[in-house]
Design a protein around this ligand. Structure first.
Ligand SMILES: NC(=O)c1ccc[n+]([C@@H]2O[C@H](COP(=O)([O-])OP(=O)(O)OC[C@H]3O[C@@H](n4cnc5c(N)ncnc54)[C@H](OP(=O)(O)O)[C@@H]3O)[C@@H](O)[C@H]2O)c1
Length: 263
């Protein structure tokens, strides 16, 4: 039996075991998936001693794991963050999950003017995804101006970024504003939400954030973070097992399993 896991601190809240166990169940794979609480001062020992066939990495280790790996794939190297490891090699599947989630929801990003709210790790992975999808422009809106500028400079170092139009097409929330238990918070005011916008949230707990609810009421198209979470997990499974898993699984059944765990 193959053994996989997700490591992080905290880790108790992680939904990854439910996602991967359902994938193994659907595809008849002989594998297990557990969550392992690894504190910052335990990461080095974990990396030297674990006998897993692969693992996901979450907060706060996505960057600090890098010096402890033998090599990185190209996108993880550019993004500077790893959320998936196999045989000492680090990968980033967050940007793949983001693009796949938009594809599942029928959204073509090509030529779109995009605004990212936030400038942390998820924002950087998503900016990389937007560049791969040939958007027209990426703007950053962040609480800390200096961090926004750093992310924008990084984007401009390999993406020309055409002039953004005054009203964007797509806004992506990469802040924790609206995440359980602070479910009344929103990253934008009601007045700022326009009917023809596409609002994409990375948050999946709750499944539909207050921001998305308000957006829907105003006529915006909305996409929640659950599909991105599912797709990053499936992209990780494809790295561990090889071959196409995303097209073989029943995504509605995966959604249903995870929704049950979020109630
Ligand atoms: N669906 C998925 O698969 C998936 C995958 C990865 C991440 N995510 C989600 O993405 C979100 C961000 O994660 P991350 O890893 O990028 O976190 P991070 O690196 O800590 O970045 C957090 C960002 O949010 C901003 N922020 C935090 N608290 C804020 C507040 N009270 N008001 C305004 N801005 C605030 C921070 O601004 P400052 O720079 O000013 O501190 C920073 O830009 C989380 O909600 C996470 O759940 C989802």
């Amino acid at each position: 039996m193959k053994r996989f896991a997700v490591i992080g601190d905290p880790i108790a809240q992680s939904l990854s075991p439910f996602l991967h166990q359902e994938v193994y169940h659907q595809l008849g794979l002989d594998a297990s998936f557990e969550k392992i609480h690894v504190k910052t001062n335990e990461l080095h020992t974990f990396m030297n001693s674990n006998e897993l066939d692969g693992f996901n990495v979450t907060i706060p280790h996505k960057q600090s794991v890098i010096p402890l790996l033998d090599k990185l794939n190209e996108s993880a190297k550019i993004i500077g963050a790893v959320n998936c490891v196999k045989n000492g090699k680090g990968f980033n599947t967050d940007w793949i999950g983001f693009l796949k989630a938009l594809e599942i929801n029928g959204l073509d990003l090509k030529g779109k003017d995009c605004v990212i709210l936030g400038a942390g790790g998820a924002a950087r992975a998503i900016a990389f995804g937007l560049i791969q999808a040939h958007v027209n422009s990426i703007s950053i809106n962040n609480r800390t101006q200096n961090t926004a500028k750093q992310l924008l400079d990084w984007i401009h170092s390999f993406f020309p970024n055409n002039d953004p139009s005054e009203i964007p097409d797509v806004i992506i929330n990469c802040t924790p504003l609206g995440m359980w238990p602070e479910t009344e918070s929103t990253p934008m005011t009601l007045n700022e939400i326009k009917p023809n916008l596409i609002l994409v949230d990375t948050i999946y707990n709750p499944i539909e954030t207050q921001w998305l609810k308000l957006g829907k009421e105003k006529g915006a198209k909305t996409i929640g973070g659950l599909d991105m979470f599912i797709a990053q997990g499936l992209a990780s499974a494809e790295i561990w097992f090889g071959g196409n898993i995303t097209d073989k699984v029943d995504i509605s059944a995966l959604r249903a399993v995870l929704k049950q765990r979020l109630i």
